[in-house]
Design a protein around this ligand. Structure first.
Ligand SMILES: Cc1cc2nc3c(=O)[nH]c(=O)nc-3n(C[C@H](O)[C@H](O)[C@H](O)COP(=O)(O)OP(=O)(O)OC[C@H]3O[C@@H](n4cnc5c(N)ncnc54)[C@H](O)[C@@H]3O)c2cc1C
Ligand SMILES: NC(=O)c1ccc[n+]([C@@H]2O[C@H](COP(=O)([O-])OP(=O)(O)OC[C@H]3O[C@@H](n4cnc5c(N)ncnc54)[C@H](O)[C@@H]3O)[C@@H](O)[C@H]2O)c1
Length: 477
């Protein structure tokens, strides 16, 4: 028989990924009693099957590629990577898929962790079904925050389930490199995982249905990454779709839309994400199960005064750092409303408005070379009706870049809003540029005028001197 317990809180957070954890952090800091519901591991996709394990796999790959561009060091790093040691280090970064540390952290801030599958069962009510058959009804005096994230989407190909394809979960947690790996997709997961597993010992074939990789960034980002993947030995095929896939005697067999047959040991589908909202009780409150949850800038779901959707699940920006930013804002908005503040600071850039989601989202793709961007690309800026100029610079001509590695290849672009003389977007592609993007994020989110950027002097000889070159190029052309 099911035993039901009922507990009242100020706030109930559904989903304890990085975003749910941060909502709880802020509501607890405001003195609100907070329950956090988690059906798998506290820490979410990011900690166990996404950001952390993928970057732990990629870090030695990038370090080796950098070292190979330095005479005197290159010879010392010619051998293959030690995949077993790298996956062991990756396992340590995922705490061996145990969440005691993160549970302890949540308990340390005074949040109650409820393990089990949570479903909304009415206004301000979440029912948690525990694995042991228990049921707890959690009621929220002020807010329910949904931060249930996403899952991988697989294309509808007949017999795909029998092939047992990899999704991002298997690609980030595999113990060994498959001899041959087909990667389907041209987005961030596909390019990062193709780069990682090619270097870790697989022969990778990347099947991209579109014209190129990373198509949300400036076109040169995908071009430079594709070129480097090819040089690393991967077979990058653009304009290629999977017509059928089967597993024959253990071997994966893909037939492409062009009729080519490709064999592999494993196949990874990195073909996008869907919201984990199909089984969280949205129908009980008049919302569509399986849909992304649209929100206002305080992260409150359209039409509701108690339901918030934070992180991946609202589809604003599927990135951990951006979800955590939203969590800080949602937590502050929940706390302000709970304390009866009559007017919230919801104007652009106010304390209760996730304004950066619209105009200043940064992202780093951790491939060799790295691709990093913030704000709008040229195409996005033009589409939005801005009068803009794209200013380009070849990173190879920056002293700091040529010192960084011989034969340095990279490119930078800034998008100048010609009306306001501020930057709408910046993209850097090249080895070592990931750490540069925050300078651009400050320029874009701060709407720093070009006239003032001249006074932000980059140190010599760093790759950051590209800032000076971009300003000179803008001034002189
Ligand atoms: C391979 C890969 C690499 C990535 N690398 C990066 C990166 O380098 N940098 C970056 O910024 N972003 C990266 N991302 C994106 C990043 O993982 C997500 O943006 C981030 O995890 C979103 O956090 P979240 O808390 O919204 O959701 P999630 O991390 O998905 O967490 C949601 C949590 O909710 C739980 N949950 C779901 N439904 C229920 C329910 N009904 N009841 C109880 N609990 C539930 C889940 O178990 C999960 O723990 C990567 C993504 C992938 C796939
Ligand atoms: N370093 C990072 O910041 C990082 C790393 C990984 C993932 N992420 C985030 O996670 C999210 C998910 O990434 P993703 O790469 O899974 O999704 P994505 O939406 O970025 O890319 C999906 C790719 O699959 C292709 N595709 C979709 N359906 C297909 C089909 N049926 N057949 C062939 N190709 C198909 C698309 O054209 C696209 O190239 C992204 O928003 C990304 O920003 C971030």
């Amino acid at each position: 028989m099911t035993e039901t317990e009922s507990i009242a809180y100020d706030v109930v957070v559904l989903g304890a990924g990085p975003v749910g954890e941060n909502v709880a952090d802020r509501t607890r800091a405001a003195g609100l009693s907070t329950a956090v519901v988690e059906s798998e591991l506290v820490g979410g996709e990011c900690s166990y099957w996404a950001c952390m394990p993928s970057k732990a796999l990629l870090r030695p790959v990038i370090a080796q590629a950098d070292a190979r561009r330095l005479p005197g060091l290159a010879a010392a790093v010619q051998g293959p990577l030690d995949t077993a040691k790298i996956t062991a280090r990756r396992d340590a970064f995922t705490s061996h898929w145990k969440d005691d540390g993160q549970v302890g952290w949540l308990e340390g801030i005074g949040a109650d962790v409820h393990r089990g599958h949570g479903r909304i069962t009415g206004p301000r009510e979440v029912t948690v079904a525990g694995a042991d058959g228990t049921e707890r009804v959690l009621t929220a005096r002020h807010a329910v925050a949904v931060s249930t994230g996403t899952r991988a989407v697989l294309p509808e190909l007949p017999g795909l389930a029998e092939v047992k394809p990899w999704t991002s979960r298997e690609a980030t947690s595999a113990k060994e490199a498959p001899g041959r790996l087909i990667v389907v997709g041209g987005g961030v997961v596909a390019t990062e995982m193709a780069c990682a597993w090619q270097a870790l010992g697989s022969q990778v074939t990347l099947l991209v249905r579109g014209k190129g990789l990373l198509n949300r960034m400036e076109p040169f980002a995908g071009e430079l990454v594709a070129e480097a993947l090819g040089e690393a030995g991967a077979d990058v095929r653009t304009g290629t779709s999977v017509a059928s896939v089967t597993r024959e005697d253990g071997t994966v067999v893909v037939v492409t839309d062009g009729g080519e047959r490709i064999e592999a040991d494993e196949i990874l589908f990195a073909t996008g994400r869907a919201p984990r909202t199909d089984d969280i009780g949205l129908d009980t409150i008049g919302l569509e199960p399986g849909s992304w949850l649209p929100v206002d800038d305080s992260l409150r779901v359209t039409g509701s005064d108690w339901l918030y959707a934070v992180g991946d699940v609202n589809h604003r920006a599927l990135l951990t750092h951006q979800g955590k930013y939203q969590a800080r804002i949602a937590g502050a908005a929940i706390a302000a409303r709970a304390s009866g503040v009559p007017l919230l600071e919801t104007d652009p850039w106010g304390a209760h408005a996730a304004t950066a989601d619209h105009s200043a989202v940064p992202q780093v793709v951790f491939t060799d070379p790295e691709a990093a961007a913030v704000g709008l690309s040229l195409a996005e800026a033009e589409q939005a009706g801005h009068r803009v100029r794209a200013v380009d610079y070849d990173l190879a001509n920056v002293s700091g870049a040529s010192l960084y590695g011989d034969g340095y290849r990279g490119r930078a672009r800034m998008i100048v809003d010609l009306e306001r003389e501020i930057l709408l977007g910046v993209t850097f592609v090249g080895p070592g540029v990931g750490e540069l993007i925050h300078s651009a994020t400050i320029a874009v989110s701060g709407e720093v005028p070009i006239s003032r950027l001249w006074h932000a002097v980059p140190s010599y000889p760093t790759i950051s001197e590209v800032w000076l070159r971009l300003l000179e190029t803008y001034r002189d052309n």
